[in-house]
Design a protein. Sequence first.
Length: 130
Amino acid sequence: MAVMLVKCCLTFDLSLSLSLSLSLSLSLSLSLSLSLSLSLSISLYLPLYLSLSTSLSLNLSLFLSLSLSLSLSLSLSLSLSLSLSLSLSLSLSLSLSLSLSLSLSLSLSLSLSLSLSLSLSISLSISLYL
């Protein structure tokens, strides 16, 4: 009877160890499948992440080039406005020089008329004395 009891305990221990080893192998296979799915998802999402980062860097470079072209166009417009102001100042100086020449011609005509009147008065005085 004791031998049967020992055999029953041994078979129970053996079946328990077999079930424990089966559950351990199942958990190992589950962890392996989980690691495989994780590596597969990483390998699937890595090219997507790389393409997104490449697209982001391309968009950033495009934005930088657009801002550079905008700053260049702004500097061009500033230089054009400067040239316009210079041409306006040149036209003002030309008009000033024209007004100066007109005033000079007026003063010359006045001096000529004065000299004519002087010569007329001299000739009149001479004719009166004669």
